[in-house]
Write a protein that binds this ligand. Structure first.
Ligand SMILES: C[S@@+](CC[C@H](N)C(=O)[O-])C[C@H]1O[C@@H](n2cnc3c(N)ncnc32)[C@H](O)[C@@H]1O
Length: 217
């Protein structure tokens, strides 16, 4: 294996895979050990600290219960801890990535596939974060329904979208549907730096779940 094989697999991910879980697991198995280093040195990824900083502006209190979906090696958890959050769990498709998240302050970590449904009860969390997952060949807008399902009425969802997939994957239309359909109230919707060394921007969204079906839950 060459040192940059994981990064190279990630960069060249086949976008047309219909059910890509096995391919994603293979990529992150190759990449897990070098992921943090490549994020900094090769990609210049700033999505994790940027999202946590934005999320903290709208979070009612740092003891809120959170699920970090697609937590990977736990970089979001690292920044959540720095920002004073204390009750966060993590989940990811890749056991190899989860192994690195263990020392990063999560209450619990478990494997799950966001595209197939998380083993989490409705309204279980005060909020969730999903950073770096809505990108080439990973998870499409169907993942937004699952984030909404597990977040209680009045809770917050924070997620990023790689700008390259915003329209091609239909995230722009999906966000409109959640807002116009009365499921979310947008707190933040901005485009800013995502992978600085690649010149890629991301859309940072924070939404309050106001789905009427959840009222009183
Ligand atoms: C670019 S990494 C981002 C990791 C972390 N959130 C961060 O910001 O550093 C994408 C992560 O999404 C996970 N992932 C991809 N598809 C997934 C799915 N269907 N369900 C859960 N996690 C998934 C990958 O295993 C990987 O850890």
């Amino acid at each position: 294996m060459t040192a940059d094989k994981g990064l190279s697999l990630y960069t060249n991910l086949d976008l047309d895979e219909a059910d890509n879980a096995a391919e994603i697991q293979r990529i992150y198995q190759e990449w897990a050990a070098r992921y943090d280093q490549d994020n900094d040195e090769a990609l210049g990824t700033v999505s994790q600290p940027t999202m946590v900083e934005l999320f903290a502006r709208y979070a009612p209190h740092p003891q809120m219960t959170l699920l970090d979906v697609g937590c990977g090696t736990g970089l979001v958890g690292h920044y959540l801890g720095q920002a004073g959050f204390t009750h966060f769990d993590g989940t990811d498709l890749s056991d190899d990535m989860l192994a690195y998240a263990a020392p990063r302050g999560y209450r619990s970590l478990f494997p799950a596939n966001l595209s197939k449904g998380l083993p989490v009860a409705d309204d279980a969390y005060d909020g969730c974060l999903c950073v770096g997952v809505f990108t080439h060949g990973h998870v499409g807008p169907e993942g937004l329904a699952e984030l909404t399902r597990i977040t209680r009425f009045g809770g917050l969802i924070g997620f990023t979208i790689n700008e390259d997939v915003l329209e091609p994957y239909g995230f722009d239309k999906a966000i409109e549907r959640y807002v116009e359909g009365g499921h979310w109230r947008l707190k933040c919707h901005q485009i800013s730096d995502y992978m600085v060394k690649k010149g890629v921007k991301g859309i940072y969204v924070i939404a309050e779940v106001i789905d009427a079906a959840k009222q009183g839950a």
